[in-house]
Design a protein around this ligand. Structure first.
Ligand SMILES: *[C@@H]1O[C@H](CO)[C@@H](O)[C@H](O)[C@H]1NC(C)=O
Ligand SMILES: *[C@@H]1O[C@H](CO)[C@@H](O)[C@H](O)[C@H]1NC(C)=O
Ligand SMILES: *[C@@H]1O[C@H](CO)[C@@H](O)[C@H](O)[C@H]1NC(C)=O
Length: 510
């Protein structure tokens, strides 16, 4: 990427936000690269599988598109198997059409290999009951984006490191994404959250979304028959603590501790937008800058308690204050940040008022382990990548600006897609990132599966509290303004309603 283009993007950001971004690195402007297209029989019809494998082993981010339908999805983890790459794409709920869920919701877990084979496991939401399995052959487009830095490398056996843990800690504390590659087993995964120990001698990254697998043959992995989740904590002393739980029920399948060689990759496309103390007073940056960056499509990362970095699953802006909703954390042993507690979700919401609200609930059943409200200091980072607004549709589906074809073009180029939802008469703007995107004619449906119900905090116009019997809610937001919502009680296969409403939606791509 040449300097003129970097400067150009910097100026666009200046224009949109009227505040300067520090352009830390020109590689923050890298686009997704279509590195290979594989067909139903695993033949490469464009690009190179070797280049795909090299990119994965060098820590690249990856997105995949089903070539026949244009269905684009995030992937939760990546595995190299001999001459092929297999990925788990787990964030899908069963649909009746591109813009509506089915009534009896099930998870649609995909294990997609560049051999052409895709293994599909379906489980009803909230219970350990299979809704069927199948195998299909898909042609796949593989999009990659390299990570910039190897912050730290460990051999596994005796924890010898090259690189410096201080570099890794600095990157974590400046909002960087963190990805690990375990070269011995060809496994690559982005950390869902990262914690630095109080004495700053250890970094532990947590990964929540991996389902147990077996090797099918020399080219394919598949989900195990009696699949279970692997929750893993990856530590800079080379240990990996794993905790295994049946899908959809609170039944332990054991735990283990491994020693793996781990490479830690980071990027530095982030800047501090706002920092407040535990009373919600400004320390650095500005709340207005944070709000405008989020409303211009930028990703958000929070570093709270001076130790933990996490990207929220949902964001709301309510009467000027920002709330980050964090659902991608599993509780850790209070005595040992490398180890797990007993299969407990550790959910929290943090508001720029300086309030943190938590809910701990057993994974796979509704048994609460505690709630709290407290004051917390936090740093709010926004990414410095270029997010382009491609479309604004009104709540009746008319086009206010941009075009649907620009959005579809961006999807076909592998882009991440974020969107802002404004419902008429509500004091809240909701911001989401698409977990998957379906194209239907000239319309697009963006699915988001990572939401939990909440209520307003009593007598407070900014904050939220977790609901009493909370439900997960899945949404499909489409370019017609329709927002389809399917609700399921946390920990049970209990339907809490399926409905739809209309919203004005601003669409951003990167
Ligand atoms: C995949 O590509 C190969 C080589 O181009 C071709 O021979 C094969 O028929 C293709 N398979 C399908 C299902 O299109
Ligand atoms: C690709 O296609 C050819 C036939 O066109 C076939 O012999 C070969 O096994 C296919 N598979 C791969 C992975 O190249
Ligand atoms: C796994 O399930 C499939 C399909 O239901 C069945 O054919 C196969 O025998 C099962 N394998 C094991 C090891 O149980």
């Amino acid at each position: 990427m040449n300097d003129i283009r970097c400067l150009f993007v910097g100026l666009i950001l200046l224009g949109v936000l009227k505040t300067g971004y520090s352009e830390k690195s020109c590689s923050c402007n890298n686009k997704w690269k279509l590195v290979a297209t594989t067909n139903e029989t695993g033949n490469v019809t464009q690009g190179s599988k070797t280049e795909l494998i090299q990119a994965v082993l060098n820590g690249a981010e990856l997105r995949i598109q089903l070539a026949s339908s244009g269905y684009l999805t995030s992937v939760q983890n990546i595995q190299v198997l001999n001459d092929n790459v297999c990925v788990q794409a787990l964030f899908h709920i069963s649909k009746a059409s591109y813009d509506a869920f089915q009534e009896n919701a099930y998870w649609w877990f995909l294990y997609v290999c560049s051999s052409g084979r895709t293994n599909i496991a379906r489980y009803y939401v909230g219970e350990y009951v299979s809704a069927g399995r199948s195998e299909v052959d898909y042609a796949i487009k593989w999009f990659i984006r390299p990570m910039q830095n190897v912050a730290l490398e460990q051999t596994g056996e005796n924890s010898v490191m090259s690189g410096n843990i201080v570099d890794l800690i600095n990157d974590v504390e400046s909002g960087s994404d963190v990805r690990i590659v375990s070269s011995r087993n060809g496994y690559s995964v982005e950390m869902d959250s990262v914690e630095v120990s109080t004495d700053r001698s250890l970094v532990v990254g947590q990964s929540v979304f991996y389902i147990s697998t077996t090797v099918d043959d020399a080219s394919n992995y598949k989900f195990e028959n009696n699949s279970y989740w692997w929750f893993t904590n990856w530590a800079t002393d080379s240990t990996v603590h794993a905790s295994f739980w049946n899908i959809g029920e609170h039944v332990s399948r054991g735990n283990n501790v491994y020693k793996f060689p781990i490479k830690w990759y980071t990027e530095s496309c982030w800047q501090l937008a706002y920092q407040h103390d535990a009373s919600g007073n400004q320390v650095q940056g500005s709340l207005e800058f944070l709000r405008s960056a989020i409303k211009a499509g930028h990703r958000l990362k929070i570093v709270y308690g001076d130790r933990t970095s996490v990207e929220p699953d949902d964001i709301n802006i309510r009467n000027g204050h920002v709330t980050a909703f964090i659902f991608r954390m599993i509780g850790k042993n209070p005595q040992n940040i490398k180890a797990f507690d007993n299969g407990v979700w550790d959910w929290r919401m943090i508001t720029t008022t300086g309030t943190e609200t938590t809910l701990k609930v057993n994974y796979g059943e509704y048994i609460e382990q505690g709630r709290s409200n407290s004051n917390i200091e936090a740093k709010w980072f926004v990414d410095t990548r270029h997010w382009k607004q491609v479309l604004v549709n009104s709540n009746t589906g008319s086009i206010i600006s941009g075009s649907k074809s620009d959005l579809i073009e961006a999807i076909n180029a592998g882009s991440r897609v974020r969107y802002l939802l404004e419902f008429p008469g509500k004091d809240t703007v909701a911001i989401k990132e698409a977990d998957n995107l379906a194209i239907s004619g000239n319309n697009v449906g963006a699915m988001h599966v990572r939401s939990v119900s909440k209520g307003s905090a009593h007598g407070n116009n900014y904050e939220y509290r977790f609901a009493v019997e909370p439900y997960f809610y899945f949404t499909i937001s489409s370019t017609t303004g329709k927002v389809d919502m399917s609700r399921w009680t946390v920990g049970n296969h209990q339907n809490r309603g399926h409905s739809n409403s209309q919203a004005k939606i601003k669409w951003f791509v990167n």
